[in-house]
Ligand binder design. Structure first.
Ligand SMILES: [Zn+2]
Length: 121
């Protein structure tokens, strides 16, 4: 199998629901997002997918989040917008454009990251 990933960034505010601690108060992050593509076959250029295409589509999705209060985005209404949920949101939007997408990781800090992927059937 081959796997590639690209990284992109966005800044946004959020606060966690049903959580006791600092993160229940509104605060911001500069999130780093990684989008992974996996596959067995390469194209005629011997690439899996053009990084440019993956990055463009990823940035299109991140525009939905950038400089927003994530709690106010309709898809998150009433949900606690954790990094796990943000990873799932990005995965489902990006999967519509990049069918070979295999995983999305969302880094909240330099050392903490949540990922979303679907088990292969
Ligand atoms: Zn946070």
């Amino acid at each position: 199998m081959y796997e590639i990933k690209t990284q992109a960034f966005f800044s946004a505010a959020h606060h966690l629901l049903n959580y006791e601690g600092e993160c229940e108060n509104q605060h911001g992050h500069n999130w780093m997002v990684e989008a992974f593509v996996k596959g067995e076959t390469l194209d005629r250029s011997n690439i899996l997918i053009d990084y440019k295409v993956l990055k463009r589509e990823l940035n299109n999705v991140l525009e939905l989040l950038d400089h927003k209060d994530i709690n106010e985005i309709p898809e998150f209404k009433g949900e606690s917008p954790s990094s796990e949920m943000i990873a799932s949101f990005i995965y489902s939007k990006l999967k519509e454009k990049i069918v070979q997408l295999s995983k999305v990781s969302v880094w909240e800090t330099q050392t903490s990251c949540a990922s979303y992927y679907e088990e292969e059937v």
